[in-house]
Design a protein around this ligand. Sequence first.
Ligand code: AP5
Ligand code: MG
Length: 217
Amino acid sequence: MASVLRQEKLLGQSPASTQEWATGEACMLIVFIGPPGSGKGTQAKRLLSYLGIPHLSTGDLLRAAKHDDTSLGRLAAQYIDHGRLVPDPLVLAMVGEKLNEPQFAKGCLFDGFPRTIQQAKSLDESLNQRKQPLTMALELKADENELVARMLKRAAAEKRADDTPETLTQRMDIYRKQTAPLLDYYRGQGKLISLDGMGTPDEVFARIRAAVDQKKV
Ligand code: AP5
Ligand code: MG
């Protein structure tokens, strides 16, 4: 663990901070916040097609590292498989490296990141350095019974290692304790838009599109 943690660097200190980003309306930076199963990934992919802005899912990146059996992946598995958050330094180093890729010059749809106040502050520092503020933080809200039903359905179909009933309970708890405080953080910045995540994916996307279209005007 120590060797990977030694790679710690904050987003704002990564080489990405020197990259030229598009300015103004051309660059949309949107954070998706919501409990497990609220539809962050589903809706981020739809918005990607609509806006043509790349999607950055820390969950997908960590699962890919785990699948590839990298040192990050082996370390991350110890957290993911128990429904706990991967330590901030590891996640920040991973995201900082990823954001340096040219595709993110047009903006980014952050899915599952930030997930702690430290991650949110680090993202803000990085965006300030790039002189490109976050466009909005989109909260997807859904009833807990619906979330559990969605996740158990996915568990049967996809067999994601952390979709067991026990791990799901832990992920929900971690969301309430460590990630939900971000709602006040972004509300305080006037960036939070809370949307109903219930209904069909099409219905939810229509709400998201309306919120995003308002920012484009
Ligand atoms: P992550 O992969 O981010 O998982 P999560 O937040 O627990 O959420 P999910 O991906 O399970 O749900 P989602 O909101 O994306 O919903 P989805 O669209 O898939 O993180 C996994 C783990 O990685 C974490 O526990 C942690 O260990 C680690 N990690 C990741 N990021 C981290 C970070 N920043 N810091 C530290 N650790 C981090 O939908 C769920 C299901 O419902 C799908 O089957 C979908 O088809 C279905 N569905 C979606 N919308 C609807 C709808 N409207 N109606 C019916 N079904 C729907
Ligand atoms: Mg997801």
